[in-house]
Design a protein around this ligand. Structure first.
Ligand code: ME8
Length: 517
């Protein structure tokens, strides 16, 4: 039985179309999923949409549509974009689906049976854009306005009868859990942030319902005819409803706990505080890891539709191609940090890393293979090639494993590019053109096969990040077997022992003329 790997993304609100920020989480999750599949694991990659709540209900109203018709339409734009970006998700869950609605209602009942829920009056504030409750002391006060401390927009005063989850009684337990599980919240700055918050604040119990008099677009509470489920309580449960919690014990045991929830740092509190406590109260294991990545910022602010500073990923992909876009997102900024999206920086990376380094290595190697060997890869040579390049190739896989296990995508790409650049230098230092002139065929063969081994391992290593590029490299090397198969070997070196025949194609990344664009 192969080991399993279960990873999730947030469920995105369907109040508007996706932008670069959403695509960032998807590309990272897709890369991780592909890497795990390449490593032989059985993967469940879950994504989807968060469709209930006040924000979506209002957006539907503004569009003069029913919430269901409105959400059906926006879900399409998410799925279309994931298609454009080659996102290989295994399951797409919508919080309006029957499987999810039933699970949420089941969780309500179980928590009630365990005496983890009670009813009380709620007096406080509500931020609709964030779908978050705030107490008096948490708000930002600016002249005559009362603002949400997260998004700095106006909040509404509310007083409602609601149901609450007993969050506060688990505060000490959660602090102990986070302290004793180093990798539970990553990166470490976010872990410290959560611990700092728990050390300096007393947790309030979590309101988990909204009265129907205020909101109808939600999952009905099985405990009351007059309440629907609070949208965050609804949405978080998707991570267990997708693997059939309470519906199919075997499937649930197979996949849960999740190996990683990938989220943006904006929703850290919900995932690192509410979610673990909800699971603890329910008697279900916690996920292995919650990774909160940074934001793409524009004009000093988080990129978001409501701030009007979004960039449409489709336009970028049209100009530069999907693989260059995916590469840029994961290479430019360490995954835990904020980044500034700039086309200028993308063009530079395109010409330098993709066209000059990778494109050139492929082109010159295959050209030489054609020129000196008529495109035939010399057989029986690979095992005789020793030296630095082989050492680098052997070291790449463990380096990638280490980086990817910490979701350090940029570090992983840096390691791959170190190998590519080493190979480019090797061409200069070994000067195959002189070996050819001297008639030193034995040495020329070794140089040639070494370069092709590097390209072969590069094809596999870049595939999770840039699937079409990995496959194009593979095809140009003339390899018949599936790209996946040999990545599992201890050392990939020796692949071309039997020889082969290259199939040089068009350049993968034709340089962009920076003066023209
Ligand atoms: O919060 N930079 O949905 P949402 C990087 N429905 N990532 C960004 C980003 C940016 N500028 N903007 C958005 C919700 N994201 C809830 C989640 S989960 C059970 C419920 C990404 O549509 C990032 O992953 O507001 C962030 O956490 C997510 O989109 C928020 O999406």
């Amino acid at each position: 039985m192969p080991a399993k790997y279960y990873l999730t993304t947030p469920l995105y609100y369907v109040n508007s179309k996706p932008h670069i920020g959403h695509s960032y989480t998807q590309v990272a999750a897709d890369t991780l999923a592909r890497f795990m599949r390449l490593s032989g694991k059985e993967v469940l990659f879950l994504t989807g949409t968060d469709e209930h709540g006040q924000k979506v209900e209002r957006a539907a109203l503004e569009a003069h549509q029913t919430p269901q018709a409105f959400t059906d339409q926006i879900v399409g734009s998410f799925k279309d974009l994931w298609g454009v970006l080659s996102i290989s998700y295994d399951d797409f869950i919508r919080t309006t689906e029957k499987r999810h609605v039933e699970t949420v209602q089941n969780v309500w009942k179980k928590l009630h049976e365990k005496d983890e829920i009670y009813k009380a009056s709620y007096k406080g504030w509500y931020c609709t854009p964030c779908e978050t409750f705030w107490s008096d002391g948490q708000l930002l006060r600016e002249t005559d306005q009362t603002l949400c401390p997260d998004c700095k927009r106006s909040v509404e005063k509310i007083e409602e009868e609601n149901y609450f989850l007993k969050l506060s009684k688990y505060q000490q337990w959660l602090m102990g859990y986070i302290r004793s599980h180093e990798n539970f919240i990553l990166p470490v700055t976010r872990r410290n942030e959560v611990l700092g918050f728990l050390e300096n604040n007393t947790l309030q119990d979590l309101c988990i319902s909204r009265p129907k008099s205020r909101l109808t677009w939600g999952i009905p509470s099985p405990l009351s005819d007059t309440h629907v489920t609070y949208v965050w309580f609804d949405a978080l449960i998707n991570y267990i409803s997708a693997c059939e919690y309470g519906r199919d014990e075997e499937r649930f045991r197979k996949w849960w706990p999740a190996d990683v929830h990938i989220i943006g740092k904006d929703i850290l509190r919900h995932h690192a505080i509410y979610w673990p406590i909800l699971l603890k109260a329910l008697g279900v294991d916690l996920p292995q890891m919650i990774f909160a990545h940074g934001w793409w910022v524009q004009g000093g602010e988080k990129m978001s539709k409501s701030r009007g500073n979004v960039i449409d990923p489709v336009q970028i992909v049209k100009l530069y191609g999907v693989d260059a876009y995916r590469y840029f997102l994961l290479r430019e900024t360490p995954f835990g940090s904020d980044g500034v999206f700039s086309e200028e920086a993308l063009r530079l990376r395109f010409n330098t890393d993709l066209a000059n380094d990778l494109g050139n290595l492929l082109h010159r190697s295959l050209t030489m293979c054609e020129k000196y060997f008529g495109g035939k890869i010399p057989a029986g040579v690979s095992s005789r090639c020793r030296g630095d390049l082989r050492k680098e190739v052997d070291a790449l896989r463990p380096a990638l494993d280490a980086a990817i296990s910490r979701l350090a995508f940029s570090e992983a790409l840096t390691a791959i590019w170190a190998l590519i650049n080493q190979a480019n230098k090797f061409v200069e230092t070994s000067a195959p053109w002189q070996l050819a002139k001297q008639g030193n065929t034995a040495e020329l063969e070794k140089v040639m096969v070494s370069l092709l081994e590097v390209l072969r391992v590069t094809a596999q290593a870049v595939w999770p990040f840039m699937p079409s590029t990995g496959e194009a490299l593979w095809a140009q090397l003339g390899i018949q077997e599936k790209l996946k198969a040999s990545f599992l070997r201890e050392s990939g070196w020796g692949f071309f022992e039997k020889g082969g025949k290259v199939a040089k194609g068009a350049p993968l990344f034709p340089r962009i003329d920076l003066k023209k664009s």
